[in-house]
Design a protein around this ligand. Structure first.
Ligand SMILES: Cc1ncc(COP(=O)(O)O)c(C=O)c1O
Length: 358
């Protein structure tokens, strides 16, 4: 053992109180906590992926720039391949954005929102400025513009539809922000396939716009980790300096291409999720003491008169896992992902029991 080695003298002081990301893993629960697609990945598409992947393909490094996948995405979303970058989940792209632009600087975030903006910004030594949403969770547009005007603010982050509140931002508000700030505006559209108007049409007019999308939600590929980013070539070139060379593995690249070429089963699944979402909202509204917030995503945020941890633990005790999002900005709130019909029925039945006994 080295006598000279003193780990605590070497660690980053700013990360001393950071806690490793910990997503609870429970076998055999009705899993409605992470906004995944509850339907199994279509077997016929999986068969096509396996046909594409041969023994030779696995021995070689993947295409670092994922040319084939970017071409498939370009056809899907009508954005040139040069304006598309793919990542190991949009999580990786969020970290890359923070590393490329906010290290030692600041970024403004419309909160409450997806927690990884806080985590990745901190890893990149950026300082997050919270711009709280209004009472109805709409954007404080002027607050975001004012925050972006502060010294050293490099990025403004808006999730639309927003996680966990579920509401989407009107494109006019996004455009007003894009027009008035000297900062990169990241619009995270992870849930766009479930609702909300996309900012993609604004890409040609604003070179400070970055859009994030993912295969983890509508396309049922959370386990394969594929996200993508759309932006002008100036921003893409900066991000390429940060990108890990072989960030997206061979299998995930092939899978994402196969999804893009076989959209109907995924569109069917989205349709089913949207129908179930409306049914779930109606069921939740019938439960006394539950307030449901409007959503354009594949999840629903609701508030109960009981403490959120009581509801969360009560459900978990009965085999249903949802997300407790209770906090300063979201008192007594919980978030449930829309599951299959059967999962949703179990959730409603158990929630009624928990609330009834509360
Ligand atoms: C708003 C938002 N962005 C990004 C992600 C992460 O997506 P990915 O699985 O592509 O990393 C999530 C996941 O829940 C999310 O809610």
């Amino acid at each position: 053992m080295s006598r000279a080695f003193n780990l605590s003298a070497l660690v980053r002081q700013d990360l001393q109180n950071a806690v490793p990301y910990d997503a609870p893993f429970y076998a055999d629960v009705v899993k409605l906590d992470a906004n995944e697609n509850p339907h199994h990945f279509p077997q016929e598409v999986l068969d096509k992926i396996f046909k594409e992947i041969n023994t030779k393909a696995l021995c070689r490094y993947p295409d670092a720039l994922a040319a084939k996948l970017r071409k498939c995405l370009s056809d899907y979303i009508s954005v040139p391949p040069g304006n598309i970058m793919v990542g190991n989940g949009s999580d990786e792209l969020i970290l890359n954005l923070m590393l490329a632009f906010t290290t030692g600087a600041k970024y403004a975030v419309a909160t409450p929102t997806f927690s990884m903006y806080g985590v990745h910004g901190r890893i990149a030594s950026g300082k997050m400025l919270e711009v709280p949403r209004r009472d109805d969770f709409s954007l404080d547009v002027d607050g975001l513009i004012a925050a972006a005007a502060m010294p050293e603010v490099k990025i403004v982050v808006i999730c639309s539809p927003n996680n966990p509140t579920g509401n989407a931002a009107p494109p006019e508000e996004i455009e007003k922000i894009l027009r008035q700030v000297n900062a990169i505006v990241v619009v995270d559209e992870a849930y766009n396939e479930f609702g909300g108007v996309s900012s993609v049409p604004l890409l040609g007019s604003y070179d400070n716009l970055v859009i994030l999308r993912t295969f983890s939600k509508a396309f049922g590929m959370a386990g394969l980790r594929v996200g993508y980013l759309l932006a002008g070539s100036g921003i893409i070139n900066e991000l390429l300096k940060i990108k890990q060379p072989y960030n997206l593995n061979v299998f995930s690249q092939a899978a994402a291409c196969a999804v893009m070429c076989n959209l109907p089963p995924f569109q069917e699944r989205v349709k089913n999720i949207l129908q179930e979402r409306e049914r779930l909202i109606a069921e939740l509204k019938n439960i006394p003491g539950v307030r449901v917030f409007p959503t354009q995503a594949n999840f629903i945020m609701f508030r109960t008169t009981l403490p959120a941890d009581k509801v969360y633990n009560g459900l978990l005790g009965q085999g249903v896992l949802i997300r407790n999002v209770d906090g300063r900005l979201l008192p007594q709130c919980l978030r449930v992902s829309v599951g299959t019909e059967e999962e949703n029925n179990i959730f409603i039945e158990k929630l009624k029991k928990v609330i009834g006994s509360g």
